[in-house]
Ligand binder design. Structure first.
Ligand SMILES: [Zn+2]
Length: 149
């Protein structure tokens, strides 16, 4: 178990346990990289394309020279919905499920939750920033409005 750095302002502890992802050598940078508050994705060393979800081969140039790299953690809401069904016993609805597009690359998107604002405040194009939900040794990247500080 890692101990979170409490000086990092974008790490939160949630009141419920999320489903734990299976950590592998290929995805540990994503699920555990948030321990210092920084979002990390794989990036191709040959053509500079970011890859998500992580794959061992760059989809743009077929290079296998991919490695984790830090991103700004900033993005915009590409699409979202309000989930009102209780899929998980500990995760109380309603909550926002969203696709966020990161500022570093057109089409670089990840599925996440938007937190820190009212459900009806979320809109397509809303500027958001990463925040990590800490649980044991996992840091799940979520997003909040950039003005929520
Ligand atoms: Zn490439």
């Amino acid at each position: 178990m890692t101990v979170p750095d409490r000086s990092v302002a974008n790490i939160i502890d949630e009141t419920f346990p999320r489903v734990r992802p299976k950590i592998t050598n290929r995805n540990a940078h994503f699920w555990q990289g948030g321990a210092d508050g920084i979002l990390r994705l794989l990036r191709c060393r040959d053509c500079a394309t970011f890859l998500h979800p992580p794959t061992p081969v760059c989809p743009s140039c077929r290079s296998t020279h991919v490695a984790p790299e830090a991103l700004s953690g900033r993005g915009t809401v590409y699409a979202h919905t309000v989930n009102r069904y209780q899929w998980l016993p500990d995760m109380e609805p309603p909550y926002i499920v969203a696709v966020v597009e990161l500022v570093e690359q057109v089409g670089l998107q990840l599925m996440t939750n938007i937190i820190g604002c009212a459900l009806d405040a979320v809109y397509t194009g809303m500027e958001v920033e990463v925040v990590f939900a800490h649980n044991d040794d996992v840091y799940v990247p979520l997003f909040r409005p950039t003005t929520a500080r």
